[in-house]
Design a protein around this ligand. Structure first.
Ligand SMILES: [Zn+2]
Length: 279
């Protein structure tokens, strides 16, 4: 696991919230056949199963500590084999207290990215990061708070909507400057408002890709879409654009859903094909 890396003056650290139970790859990538998997099976699948990780990254830039997404939350999570989240303990082990976090930036509003926003153990929700502004993609807010969507997204109701009444939420979208070194890039498809976090400092670059990539197999097969993608053609286009950018502009790529031994890497081209090269 790459615990920490630097991009010019910026430090990026990794924490693991949870490892959910493995899944049938056809559940996760429903349009991908068993035959499609054959060339990648031994490299990507474990005993024929697809193993996702719930890792996240924090960024230290210009005196600010920025948490990019907040994992599943404490749990236990009935939808994830009753497993529990560990983000706050993991941050503590890296010397980061909840009160040190200045900003929480959401790549999107799925359950495994918003779970530690609020302490829901008392009658009134309280922020787990008491000094943080919470940055929410405007297009995801508009999408998930529509009544027909909100009824299927209890995690948004519980862990995102209360941020508004607490006065802790700011909206953002494409090209938003979090600091002078950290900006956002709209990458719709997985969700309508999905954004990637871009870091640029001293001529070096990194990107925290959220759910544009769930597996390194998508570096070679950018048309493979997750079942959860709300718009598959947008998802493919965003992934292809992002992979091209990563390859041609030499980005370090941080992909929290990848296995821990390969969750930070580069997209490299060889013989006209792209590959994932772990750092
Ligand atoms: Zn996710």
């Amino acid at each position: 696991m790459v615990d920490k890396f630097t991009v010019g003056n910026v430090e990026i650290g990794a924490v693991l919230d949870m490892i959910p139970p493995p899944r049938d790859p056809r559940d996760f990538f429903p349009e991908v056949t068993k035959e499609d998997w054959t060339p990648y099976e031994s490299d990507v699948l474990v005993n024929g199963q697809f193993q996702l990780y719930c890792g996240h990254f924090f960024v230290r830039s210009q005196g600010k500590t920025i948490m990019v997404d907040t994992g599943m939350g404490p749990g236990p999570h009935a939808t994830r084999g009753n497993r529990t989240g560990n983000l706050i303990n993991q941050l503590a082990a890296k010397g980061i207290r909840p009160e040190d976090v200045d900003m929480v930036v959401h790549t999107h509003l799925h359950a495994d990215h918003v779970g530690w926003n609020l302490d829901l153990s008392k009658a009134t929700p309280r922020p787990n990061f008491p000094n943080a502004r919470y940055l929410v993609p405007r297009d995801d807010w508009d999408h998930f708070t529509r009544p027909e969507n909100l009824s299927n997204a209890p995690w948004v109701r519980d862990s995102v909507v209360p941020l508004e009444a607490l006065g802790l939420m700011d909206f953002f979208g494409n090209g938003y400057s979090i600091t002078n070194e950290v900006t956002t890039l709209a990458t719709p498809g997985h969700t309508p408002g999905h954004v990637v976090v871009l870091v640029s400092s001293q001529g070096q670059r990194a990107m925290i890709v959220g759910d544009v990539l769930h597996s390194k197999v998508q570096v070679q097969q950018p048309s493979w879409c997750a079942a959860a993608d709300t718009n598959k053609s947008d998802s493919m286009r965003s992934r292809e654009d992002l992979l091209r950018r990563a390859e041609t502009q030499d980005y370090i790529v941080a992909a929290g859903h990848f296995p821990l031994d390969a969750h930070v890497g580069r997209v490299v081209a060889r013989n006209g094909r792209r590959y994932w090269q772990p750092l």
